[in-house]
Write a protein that binds this ligand. Structure first.
Ligand SMILES: [Zn+2]
Length: 156
């Protein structure tokens, strides 16, 4: 869920406005609305607060939602270089500039993306027996998406 605003931004700017990728990331992504929204939903304190509210309300779905968002933020922290999020909003605007990137080949992007894809594959194998057919379709879609994007970004 924390990356949904990025998907909405990309789809609207690329497919509706016809902007090239470079302008989307260098201009649209940097606009205050988008950067604050994206960084806000990647906030460790805010997602942790959501977990605590979910626990306080005894709402397991809410707790799981925010725990998932928290894990996403913690996973993003070590794999963003120049595009690092402000993971400690609203307490701090600090950005951890990792030496690793999940996409930038200048910061080991090809290896990091491969490790990430393999971790997703292992996680999918763990989840597979625990979900029904729509869950299997989602897992296959995620696998295809990772494979396509790896090919598009690093192999073509
Ligand atoms: Zn993210």
């Amino acid at each position: 869920m924390p990356d949904v605003p990025i998907v909405v931004l990309y789809v609207s700017e690329h497919y509706l406005r016809g902007l090239p990728d470079e302008r989307i990331w260098s201009e649209s992504y940097q606009k205050p609305f988008w950067i604050n929204l994206i960084h806000g939903v990647h906030s460790v304190p805010l997602t942790l607060l959501g977990v605590l509210v979910g626990l306080g309300l005894a709402a397991p779905e809410l707790t799981a939602f925010f725990a998932s968002a928290l894990l996403h933020a913690l996973e993003d922290l070590p794999v963003h270089n120049r595009d690092a999020h402000r993971h400690f909003l609203p307490l701090s605007h600090y950005r951890f500039i990792s030496p690793l990137s999940y996409w930038d080949v200048a910061h080991h992007g090809k290896t990091v993306a491969l490790v990430e894809a393999l971790l997703v594959l292992v996680a999918a194998g763990f989840i597979w027996p625990r979900v029904s057919t729509p869950g299997h379709a989602a897992l296959v879609a995620v696998g295809v998406w990772y494979a396509f994007n790896y090919w598009k970004t690093f192999l073509r």
